[in-house]
Design a protein around this ligand. Structure first.
Ligand code: NAD
Ligand code: UDP
Length: 326
C-alpha cells in the first residue's frame, strides 16, 4: 500500500526575509520543504535552525538557471526586494524575475505543480489610483532606476498568465505590499530596518524627501498566512491578488513611532528623494478578504514592537554589524 507523503514544496528565495519565515511555517505544518537560494541577499543564519530537520533541504541554486526537481508546489520568492540591492546589479535583477520565472514555470509545467509568484505593489508604480486595486494597470517608468525590479515583476506576471492560458499551468499571483518584521537585514536598506537600526544607535533618522510619502506596512506573520491561503485557494483562482495591510502611514509618522518605541535620542534628518519614489501606496484588499478569507491582524505598532525587540537582540550580540550597516 502506498504511504501518504507530505506535500513537497519548493521555496525559491527561501533564505531571504520572507522566504525563511515561510520555510519555518510550512515545516511546522508538516510539509516537505526544499529551499533554493543563491544567497544574493539571503542569509544562511535565517534557516540555520531548520538545517538538520528531516523534512528540510537546502540547495544553493540561482533560478536564472533551470532546476530539475520533483515537487507539488512552488513559491517563487527569489529576487532582491530592497531598492539598494535590486539596483546594485539591475541586469541580474531583471534576469532573476524574467529568466527565473521562465525556469520555474517550466518546472511547474513539467511536474504539474501549482506555482505562486511573489509579485509586488511596485507593478502599480507611482499610482494615480488610491487605494490600489487589482484592476489598476499601474504607472511605471520603464527606463528609470526602479524599472529593473518593477518591469521585471510585471513581465513575470505576463509569463505566469501566458503559461496558464497556453499550458494550463496552475498559477497564483500575489501582489505583496511593503512587509516588515524580524530577520530583515540591518543593512537591508528598506525604511523600517533603516529607521530601527538608526534609532537604536541614536544616529540620525534618514527621511528621504519631505516624509509625506505614504506606505502601508504588513507584519511578516500576516503575510505568510496570506501567501499560504492563496496557495490553498480554489484551483480556478489565479489572482492577481493584493496582500498587504491597508493601515497607511506617512514616512514621517513612521520615523516618530520608531523613535518612540526605541526610546531613542535620534533626530530626524532629510536626504534627497530617490528618483521615481512612489508618493502613496495602500492596498485595496477586498478581493483577498472575499476569496481567501484573509486579512492582516497585526497593527503597525505591534509589529514594530516585535521587530524592535529582534534588532535589540542583534544589537547586543553584534554591535559592529549594526554600526557598519549605517
Ligand atoms: P529578500 O531579499 O530578503 O529575499 C530574496 C531572496 O531571494 C534572498 O534569499 C536572495 O538571496 C534570493 N535570490 C535573489 N536572487 C536569486 C536568484 N537569482 N536565485 C536564487 N535566489 C535568489 O527579500 P524579501 O523581502 O524576502 O522578498 C521576497 C520576495 O517577495 C521577493 O520576490 C520580493 O520581490 C517579494 N516582495 C517583497 C516585499 C517586501 O516588502 N518584503 C514586497 C513586495 C514583494
Ligand atoms: N525611505 C526613507 N529613509 C530610508 C529608507 C527609505 O525615507 O532610510 C523612504 C523611501 O524613499 C520610500 C519609503 O521610505 O519613500 C519606503 O522605502 P522602502 O525602500 O522601504 O520601500 P519602497 O520604496 O520599495 O516601497
Amino acid at each position: 500500500m502506498r504511504q501518504m507523503r507530505p506535500a513537497r514544496i519548493l521555496i525559491t528565495g527561501g533564505a531571504g526575509f520572507l522566504g525563511s519565515h515561510l520555510c519555518e511555517r510550512l515545516l511546522a505544518d508538516g510539509m516537505d520543504v526544499l529551499c533554493a537560494d543563491n544567497f544574493y541577499t539571503g542569509d544562511k543564519a535565517h534557516i540555520a535552525s531548520l538545517c538538520g530537520h528531516p523534512r528540510f533541504e537546502l540547495l544553493r541554486h540561482d533560478i536564472t538557471f533551470p532546476l530539475y526537481v520533483e515537487v507539488d508546489e512552488i513559491y517563487n520568492l527569489a529576487c532582491p526586494a530592497s531598492p539598494i540591492h535590486y539596483q546594485f546589479d539591475p541586469v541580474q535583477t531583471t534576469k532573476t524575475s524574467v529568466h527565473g520565472a521562465i525556469n520555474m514555470l517550466g518546472l511547474a509545467k513539467r511536474v504539474k505543480a501549482t506555482i505562486l509568484q511573489a509579485s509586488t505593489s511596485e507593478v502599480y508604480g507611482d499610482p494615480e489610483v488610491h487605494p490600489q486595486d487589482e484592476n489598476y494597470w499601474g504607472r511605471v517608468n520603464p527606463i528609470g532606476p526602479r524599472a529593473c525590479y518593477d518591469e521585471g515583476k510585471r513581465c513575470a506576471e505576463t509569463l505566469f498568465f501566458d503559461y496558464h492560458r497556453q499550458h494550463n499551468t496552475n498559477i497564483k499571483v500575489a501582489r505583496i505590499f511593503n512587509t516588515f518584521g524580524p530577520r530583515m537585514r540591518p543593512d537591508d536598506g528598506r525604511v523600517v530596518s533603516n529607521f530601527i537600526v538608526q534609532a537604536l544607535c541614536n544616529k540620525p533618522i534618514t527621511i528621504y524627501g519631505d516624509g509625506n510619502q505614504t506606505r502601508s506596512f504588513c507584519f511578516v506573520d500576516d503575510m505568510v498566512e496570506g501567501l499560504i491561503a492563496l496557495m490553498c485557494s480554489p484551483s480556478d483562482f489565479t489572482g492577481p491578488v493584493n496582500l498587504g495591510n491597508p493601515e497607511e502611514c506617512s514616512i514621517h509618522t513612521l520615523a516618530e513611532m520608531v523613535i518612540e518605541l526605541c526610546s531613542s535620542r535620534s533626530k530626524i534628518c532629510h536626504q534627497s528623494l530617490p528618483p521615481d519614489d512612489p508618493r502613496q501606496r495602500r492596498p485595496d484588499i477586498h478581493l483577498a478578504e472575499k476569496v481567501l478569507d484573509w486579512q492582516p491582524h497585526t497593527s503597525l505598532r505591534e509589529g514594530l514592537k516585535k521587530t524592535v525587540a529582534y534588532f535589540e537582540q542583534g544589537l547586543s550580540k553584534n554591535q559592529n554589524l549594526l554600526n557598519n550597516s549605517l
